[in-house]
Design a protein. Sequence first.
Lengths: 696, 321
Amino acid sequence: MAWKPLNEMQVLSQRRPRLEAPLKVSGQAKYTYDLQLDGLLYGALLTCPYPAALVLRINESKVRRLPGVRAVLTDAHPTGTARYAGEYLAAVAAISPQIALDALELFEVEYEVRPFVVDLDAAMEEGAPRVFAERGNITDSETDGSGDVEAGFAAAEVIVEAEFRTQVQTHSSLETHGSVAVWEGDLLTIYDSTQAVNGVREGVAQTLELPADQVRVICQHMGGGFGSKLWAGRYTAIAARLAKAAGAPVKLMLSRRDEHLSTGNRPSSLQKLRLGAKRDGTLVAFSATTWGSAGIAGGAGVALPYVYTGLPAWKHTHADVYTNAGEARPFRAPGSPQGCFSMEQLMDEMAEKLGIDPLEFRLRHDANPVRQHEWRLGAERIGWSKRQPSGSGKGPLKRGLGLGASLWQVGGGGSRAEIKVFADGAVELRIGTQDIGTGTRTIVAAIAAEELGLPIGAIRPLIGDSDYPYSGGSGGSTTAPSVAPAVQNTAEKARQQVAELAAPHLGVAPEQVRFAGGRVHGTGKSLSWREVCGLLGAQVLSASGQWVEGLSSSGVAGCQFAEVEVDVDTGRVQVLRVVAVADCGLILDRLTTESQINGGVIQGLSYALFEERFMDPATGTMVNPEFENYKIAGAFETPQIEVLLFDEAERGVIGVGEPPTIPTAAAIANAVYNAIGVRLRQLPMTPDRVLQALYG
Amino acid sequence: MNDFEYLEPTRLEDLPGLLGKRWGQSAVLAGGTDLLDQLKERLIQPERVVNLKRIEVLRGIKDTGTGLEIGALTTIAQLEKLAQYPVLAQAASSIATPQLRNMGTLGGNLCQRPRCWYFRGRQYPCLKKGGHKCYAVEGLNKYNAILNGGPSFIVHPSDAAPALCALGASLEIYGPGGRREVPIESFFQLPDENLRRENLLQPDEVLTRVRVPALSPGTRSTYLKFREKQSLDFALSSVAAVLVMDGKKVESARLVLGGVAPIPYRVPRAEAELEGKALSAASIAKAAEVAVEGAQPLGGNDFKVPLTRNLMRRALETLAA
């Protein structure tokens, strides 16, 4: 199994607008949110206002009497013990969104309000209110590492240590989570804003105790997930139950507020780090003690010592801390931006203490051969050699340069696909993956087109439906390395069948048949694709294939450089440029690859400088469940982003979605230090924190 | 939002009767950019919404020779074009987004409600909603007042208001007794005078017109707003500065802060540092220093002190250049 040589590719590895772009820019692309069906009802969720409460009784009699209400559920919560403000308690379906919202006002709920804790530090204190009655808030710690850390520090001549903090970031998908549930007899169709049509099918079938073949999940276009839409939401089953009860389809899309509260987040972290070195710059020991809160869930781990695992001795101890807040979910490179932010700053601090240039220090300690090249490429592009001593700028606007590394390991597997070729030459490709905004629809069509020697427009890609051949969820940067080999394998099988069909007419053996330029070639003679397909007569050619070894790989190295301008009068950090060097393997499409990297940088910048979930300690509620004070970087905040694609086609397809969001905050933080000579060890680096650092 | 009666009267004279004497009974709709949020969040549940859009006398900008008369329905986008008043045009340009500036009106901007998250969050029964405490005092107060706060620590969110204060504007109000005119500074009220509202309007009154006096020769003005995002964001702090210069000397100064107090906060002590003196680095530094004198930050908003001082210095430096 192998890809064509790069120089023979006609469709792949080009710069191609997405196939669905015209639909999206003209508003014709229908998202779950847009779906309209005859008799559609609108769902709404009643949520718990308290961070910790026992729900004693829900009286819905007034709700049922409201004209226009068609179904009510009062057992939306599995146990009746709510552990964060925003948990779903009850639900209603009505003939208009307005009536559904009015209905929520009519529920009468009796609560036993309980003590709560929403702050990481407070939750760690002895005697803190317990999030789960049966266990303490701090989970058993886990330790990882190698070598003798104590001996390492004993031998160290220079030690740097510091405490870092990172905030909770909510996924803030522009399309909120939600489902439309439609019953036809026993068959349930769910239109879902999801990263995993098959994952939702499995989850809904399990929750509702339905056979898997009675649940179909469809997602044609979706407005962002970033890891928060990888499985069925509780709202999905609620929508299905409301629809069953009402005997009509139900659309249940979450409000922006519920989206912030209940659909996941990147956990917070508190990190105490220590790094030891010899005066000659040799690193000898590293230790980290970290905590993080994933709310009522686990999974707040921090990737440390991040890329510098070649340290002779290191030890990382981590514990999760429960708080009365919405559970974390995977968020674009889970754990990595947190660890990168602290580790790369600590490396810079050490480099400075040793009098070594930060880039030189990385080149010495970063064992990854790809990144060795990338560090140099990026440094050249950003103009690293012009970097000034930290805090040396004159005037209120101070510029600085910084850098950070990224790493991602996941590959692909498991996908299946099917291609049908019709007598008129039409080609249909079916694969049960989904396009989460990354261009999957376009790349699967491009791969089939490349293999069949056809233009991309000759392929009709059908995706986003759990009835199609199985493909896994789009998470972990696994989509392209999963679907690309499956489509290539399937297209190759289809090609072989077409070759057998054409060979007798071309006077060659099937192995000698070649496909290019919309024609099927023998040694001398050639036929058009359509002529060959016409030989099918009344038949439809069908080929099934699956993921195979050798077309994809894992392990992504990358790095970023940032140039910032810090206004020391106002504390504003303006990122001027980001150079993102990305390890890409075989690039399926250059435009969509660059788009993903741009998106990763912007999301990383937004994490570095803006986004923060604020929890009110007195009431245990989120005070900014909106987009006014939950601030997200906009066009004015977006820097010039220069993407350098470090492609090695021979490695096959690798995922690129997650790595580019990892090092942005670290690179910006190091650049801020270079600009002002004061280190910011807490995210986000908002003006108040910058001024606090400068003015005390 | 709740169900309500919706009216589009055409005569100003009918308004007081339609609005009624009781707070909460009616809501005034102009551009709707703040009101709709309040309705949707059920912060208010009026029995009646009165749209002003058919009352023609509330529209238009008129040059009277002694200044401008700006109708309350004038959009923020229209204010952006008033190049003869840089402080006002700049303030207008800094508001929200082009879409919101096309809808939002001057009257609505001056009468908008606070942005404090405890006020906007329906679940917090804060002082301004008739509750028992200002949640910001012990809570998260990054965006709250450092000057003149208490018992509520909201900040006034308007950008137009500090600019108009610095220009010495006056406001025309229409109520059951007819028209009355008040200087803009007495329009706005501190929480200790009026806890539930931010100005002296009665339930059956509306703001109808803003009068901006013509500028004296030698006037220089600017509006400097600092916000975290460069679009669609309210001021963390802002400075409206209007100086009347006599050569190099400052004849008179009006300096007003936004985003730091429950009202547009005029700082006479800083004005006094400039008046009668040449505009120098020293006088600017002194004015900036005294501008934040007496600030009482709450713990999460301490940064507003150096920020406001620096903004004042920068605004004045711009005018000195």
